[in-house]
Design a protein around this ligand. Structure first.
Ligand code: ADP
Length: 266
């Protein structure tokens, strides 16, 4: 039938023969679509009531935050509703990323101003933890894609670097091109990741240390979002890390996805 899905595999069989195996995976594909739609619909339905709850919690925390009896409870209410809002926003973002293989309206994104903004957001998140930030950016090196998706992926990487790097640590962001394509590298000298965890980091809700992730406000969906955004931009993620030394997350984009803007005329 017309909407059947087949999984086709070519398997070596003896010296000079191969077998072509076809498996009907229509039901798996339907289940996957149902799962995706369900998560998308639930997140969408939860968003409105949550926004209301968050608004009320914020007002109550403002008004009663100093009250000896209920202040702590109000702050907890605000904190937890904020956490739920972030979770629902990330789930919605993921389900949007799963529909359509590529961004619908790609444009040439000027990366330097975007990264400057994101590094400033990283500084704000770092607060009084005294991280040292360094941004090295090839001026006029544009990347083709959806700005809001790219912003979300890169901010997840920069925020993770802040979250998982103790105070006084270093966070480096570098955007450059060479003959293999263009690369965005986010480096930190934070807690690092044991090698055994690295292959699973982009799975939804996969965390090396769940308590630490939750304490730092993580939803467990950040790197899943990064992976989806990169897939949609023909990009690849490379993760290098040493426990106790730090981590580097590199997003690599193919040469055809970049362009150098002409130098501004004097
Ligand atoms: P979370 O919201 O928990 O940060 P992510 O999907 O962004 O979720 O990351 C998954 C896990 O990968 C994190 O819980 C953390 O254990 C690990 N991780 C991500 N980035 C870093 C980093 N820069 N340094 C150390 N660990 C990291």
């Amino acid at each position: 039938h017309s909407d059947a899905w087949l999984e086709i595999r070519l398997v070596p069989y003896g010296e000079d023969l191969s077998l072509l195996l076809a498996r009907d995976v229509t039901h798996l594909h339907r289940l996957e679509t149902m799962r995706r739609d369900f998560v998308g619909n639930v997140s969408h339905e939860l968003r409105t009531p949550l926004t209301v709850i968050y608004g009320i919690a914020e007002t109550l925390a403002d008004e009663l935050g100093d009250d000896a009896d209920v202040g702590d409870t109000m702050r907890l209410l605000q904190e937890q509703s904020e956490r739920m809002r972030r979770l629902v926003d990330d789930l919605l973002m993921l389900s949007r990323l799963e529909t359509g293989a590529t961004p619908s309206n790609p444009e040439w994104v000027d990366m330097c101003p975007l990264l400057e903004e994101l590094v400033e957001d990283g500084r704000a998140l770092s607060g009084s933890r005294n991280h040292r930030f360094e941004l090295e950016c090839e001026r006029g090196l544009l990347l083709e894609g959806c700005e809001s998706e790219l912003r979300s992926a890169f901010s997840n990487l920069i925020f993770n670097a802040v979250k998982y790097t103790p105070e006084n640590g270093f966070i480096g962001v570098r955007w450059y091109a060479n003959n293999t394509g263009a690369h965005l590298a986010v480096t930190d000298n934070g807690i690092g990741i044991p090698a055994a965890h690295i292959p699973r980091l982009t799975e939804r809700f996969y965390r090396v240390d769940s308590a630490r992730s939750k304490a730092s406000g993580g939803t467990g969906l950040g790197l899943a979002i990064v992976k989806h955004v990169l897939n949609r931009h023909a990009g690849q993620l490379t993760i290098r890390s040493q426990p106790g030394q730090g981590s580097t997350f590199i997003c690599t984009f193919p040469p055809q996805a970049i362009q150098r803007a002409p130098a501004p005329s004097r």
